[in-house]
Design a protein around this ligand. Structure first.
Ligand SMILES: [Zn+2]
Length: 305
């Protein structure tokens, strides 16, 4: 089965045609601003996929969004970094346009599907992924199935409120964890405290200073919050922030352990650090689609995603 897989980002779209063995036969990165031009989000998405897939044959489409989707995973409800993408019935439209099954999910769930397979995590049980990128991405797989919650908005770890914090968050609330511990927060710290330092050098030059110690503590609070609520079988950490030059992983590890409930899950804590790879959501989308279309029983029984 070949899957046409799309990772819809706030800055770039990544598109790939992924074969059964996980190899990518064609890959493209397209600036988001160049795609949405006609005023119709659905037509723009369709045209982009049509142009990319010219001459290719594929059996399904997987499409990942940095967004809240409805529980049924058929509509994009709201995407904070793509403002005009609200209440968009993406699956129905693309299914009609291309005549193949279309599976939509949060981009971070696709990333976790990829990492779960790459790091050989078992399909059974609870697998959590926390990705520190622009914000704090979070996906939770329960027996291989992404946790959606009642409205589709489960796993919004970045929006845990921080007492006393008065910084506005992109979601409209004030004092979300993401406002103190995501990539955007790092950029704010750089602007306010270290304007002379390039963002890529922030940890290399300043990790022992208070502002960054607090930033890392915020990251640890995010991870420990999830550990203390879900007591997952596997906890995987990833995202661009962890891959920045001289990021103090040992300090993050120590602080996560400090905040994790004793004696358990602290005593048996095993954190998996995933490599940052730009096309993981594209390949992960294909893994997800293949597993899901292969049948629900198989999907739930013997898979890593
Ligand atoms: Zn928020």
């Amino acid at each position: 089965m070949t899957v046409l897989s799309a990772d819809i980002g706030g800055t770039n779209f990544r598109l790939g045609a992924v074969k059964e063995d996980g190899s990518i036969v064609k890959f493209e990165k397209i600036p988001t601003s160049s795609v949405f031009s006609s005023g119709s989000v659905l037509s723009d998405l369709e045209n982009m996929l049509r142009t990319f897939s010219e001459g290719l044959s594929f059996d399904a489409i997987a499409i990942g969004f940095p967004a809240t989707l409805n529980r049924e995973r058929t509509q994009v409800v709201q995407a904070p970094n793509i403002p005009f993408m609200e209440n968009v019935p993406v699956c129905e439209h693309l299914q009609k346009a291309f005549g193949v099954p279309v599976l939509a999910e949060r981009d971070v769930a696709f990333a976790l599907c990829y990492d779960a397979e790459k790091y050989h995590l078992p399909g059974k049980g609870i697998i959590c992924g926390v990705y520190f990128g622009t914000g704090i991405g979070n996906a939770i797989l329960i027996d291989g199935k992404p946790l959606t919650g009642r409205h589709g908005s489960a796993g919004e770890l970045g929006h845990i409120p921080v007492p006393g914090c008065t910084i506005s968050c992109g979601c409209g609330n004030i004092g979300c964890l993401e406002a103190v511990a995501g990539g955007k927060a790092l950029a704010r710290i750089q602007r306010e405290k270290f304007p002379e330092t390039p963002i890529g050098e922030m940890f290399a030059r300043h990790w022992q200073e208070q502002a960054l110690m607090e930033f890392i503590d915020g990251m640890a609070v995010a991870v420990a919050t999830e550990l203390n609520i879900l007591d997952p079988d596997q906890m995987l950490l990833g995202g661009g922030v962890l891959s920045m030059k001289d990021f103090p992983r040992a300090l993050l590890d120590e602080k996560i352990r400090e905040h994790t409930r004793k004696p358990l899950p602290w005593r048996e804590l095993n954190l998996i650090y995933a490599e940052d790879e730009a096309d993981k959501s594209v390949v992960g989308g294909a893994i997800y689609a293949r597993r899901k279309l292969n049948g629900r029983n198989k999907y739930e029984e013997d898979i890593a995603c």
